[in-house]
Design a protein. Sequence first.
Length: 75
Amino acid sequence: MGTMLRTLLVTLAMVTPALAANGNAVKGSSILLILFLGFGALIVVFQFIPGMVLFFSMLKGFFTAVPRKVPAEKR
């Protein structure tokens, strides 16, 4: 327990300067960041469309009546 507590305290002491840093050094978005976010948005959109098709097919299957099979001896 003591080793874990010491490890946690050392980690927190080392991280404190990083938590105190402010974001004033960044002045706007670069073109690479915009392209990366746009690519991620395209992936989400292109996965959303087949997901919706699958979802509506599932709903159609739930609410469509299935014809019952008549046993061969009753025909």
